[in-house]
Write a protein that binds this ligand. Structure first.
Ligand code: SAH
Ligand code: SF4
Length: 353
C-alpha cells in the first residue's frame, strides 16, 4: 500500500468522510487490502461492538413484473417455477421465525401485484402484533402504498439503488428509471422508515468510478442500512457473463461504507457466501454487523433463484438459525437480543475534513 492510501485510510477512520477521488483510490488498490479490512473492523467494533443482528429472510413470492436483465426472477425468465405464499401462511412462517429467536423479519419478493395494499397491510399488521421489527423488500411502489405499509407498522424498507449510473441503469433495468428509483428511496425516507439500500458490484459495464459515485450517493441519503452484493451471473438471463468473481471488490465497497458511515447496519450478504465459503464471516470481520439467514421453507428455496448457486438450498430454517449462531460464536461475536435498529452516533464523527 502506498503512503497516499495510508493517509486516506487514516483520514477515513478519523473523520468518516472522503471525497470521490479518495474513495476511488481505495477501490483501485489491489495490493494489501488487509489494512482496509482491519480498519473497517475496528470502526465497526468501536461504534457497534461485537453483537451481530440476525434478520430472518422470508422469500414469499418469486413472481416479478419487472425485467431486470441480471435477475433470475425477471418476468421473461421462463425457466423458473413460480410460487407465491398466501398471506396466512406468511404469517405462520413469521411466527415460527419468532419462535427460533429472530427479532427482525424481512419479507422479500419480486414485484408481485397479487399482494395488493389490502393483502400487504393485513400481513404487516399481523406480523407487527408479534412484537418483531419488520423490513419490507418488495420493490418500487407508489407513495400511497409505502404510506399504507408504514401506517400498518412496517419499520424498515430495503430498496437497493443497484447503480447510480444512468446509462448502466437504463441498459440493465428496462422499463424502470433511475429517477423513479431515487424518488422511491426519498419517499421511504420521508415516511420515517429506516432506509436500506445498496448496490450490485460487478455489473457488466460498471466502472470503479461509478461505484465511487454510488458510495457518495448512499452516504448522501444517508442510508440506515447498506447491502452490497457481488454480481453473480445467471445463465437464465440475457446479460453477458463477466466470468469474474466480485467477492473482493464487494468486500472493499462494504469496508469503505463502514468507514464512511460507522454506525449504520451493514449485512454480510448471502451473495458473498455464494462466491466464497465463509464469505459472511469474512464480511463480518471487514465491517459488517448483520446477517440475514434464510427462513423460507426448504421446498421453495430453490425457486427463489435470483442467481445460481445460492447457499443453504437444502437446509431447513431451524438448521440455518443454529448454524449461523455457531459460526458467529466461532469468530468471538455474539447474536444480539435486540431488534437492531440503527443507533445514530453522529456526535462521535469528527467535524473537520
Ligand atoms: N424485487 C425487489 C427485491 C428482490 S431482488 C427489488 O428488486 O428490490 C433483491 C436484490 O437481488 C436486488 O435488489 C438485486 O440487488 C439483487 N440481485 C438481482 N440479481 C442479482 C444477481 N445476478 N447477482 C447478485 N445480486 C442480484
Ligand atoms: Fe424483479 Fe427485483 Fe429481480 Fe428486478 S431485481 S427482476 S425487481 S426481483
Amino acid at each position: 500500500m502506498n503512503k497516499n492510501i495510508n493517509f486516506i485510510l487514516n483520514k477515513a477512520a478519523r473523520c468518516h468522510n472522503l471525497d470521490e477521488e479518495e474513495i476511488l483510490c481505495i477501490l483501485e488498490e489491489t495490493e494489501n487490502l488487509k489494512r482496509l479490512f482491519s480498519i473497517a473492523d475496528k470502526v465497526r467494533k468501536k461504534y457497534l461492538g461485537d453483537e451481530v443482528h440476525l434478520r430472518a429472510l422470508i422469500e414469499f413470492s418469486n413472481y416479478c413484473k419487472q425485467n431486470c436483465l441480471y435477475c433470475g426472477l425477471r418476468r421473461d425468465n421462463r425457466c423458473l417455477t413460480r410460487y407465491r405464499i398466501e398471506p396466512q401462511e406468511i404469517i405462520e412462517w413469521t411466527k415460527k421465525a419468532k419462535d427460533w429467536g429472530y427479532k427482525t423479519i424481512v419479507l422479500q419478493s419480486g414485484e408481485d401485484p397479487y399482494y395488493n395494499t389490502d393483502k400487504m397491510t393485513k400481513i404487516i399488521s399481523n406480523i407487527k402484533s408479534l412484537d418483531v421489527a419488520l423490513t419490507l423488500s418488495v420493490g418500487e411502489k407508489t407513495f400511497e402504498e409505502y404510506k399504507a405499509y408504514r401506517d400498518a407498522g412496517a419499520d424498515r424498507y430495503l430498496l437497493r439503488i443497484e447503480t447510480t449510473n444512468e446509462t448502466l441503469y437504463n441498459r440493465l433495468d428496462p422499463e424502470m428509471s433511475l429517477k423513479n428509483r431515487m424518488q422511491c428511496i426519498e419517499n421511504i425516507k420521508k415516511l420515517g422508515y429506516e432506509v436500506g439500500s445498496g448496490i450490485i458490484v460487478g455489473l457488466p459495464g460498471q466502472t470503479l468510478e461509478s461505484i465511487a459515485k454510488d458510495i457518495i450517493y448512499l452516504k448522501s441519503i444517508p442510508v440506515d442500512m447498506a447491502g452490497i452484493g457481488p454480481f453473480i451471473y445467471n445463465p437464465s438471463t440475457p446479460i453477458e457473463d463477466t466470468k469474474s468473481s466480485f467477492f473482493e471488490l464487494s468486500l472493499k465497497v462494504m469496508a469503505v461504507l463502514r468507514l464512511l458511515m460507522p454506525d449504520i447496519n451493514i449485512p454480510a450478504t448471502t451473495a458473498m457466501e455464494t462466491l466464497e465459503s465463509n464469505g459472511r464471516l469474512i464480511a463480518l470481520q471487514s465491517g459488517a454487523n448483520v446477517v440475514m439467514p434464510n427462513a423460507t421453507e426448504t421446498i421453495y428455496r430453490k425457486h427463489y433463484e435470483i442467481y445460481p448457486g445460492k447457499i443453504c438450498l437444502a437446509d431447513s430454517p431451524t438448521y440455518c438459525r443454529v448454524c449461523i449462531e455457531n459460526k458467529i460464536k466461532s469468530i468471538n461475536r455474539y447474536v444480539s437480543t435486540g431488534k437492531g435498529f440503527r443507533v445514530k452516533q453522529n456526535e462521535m464523527y469528527c467535524k473537520a475534513n
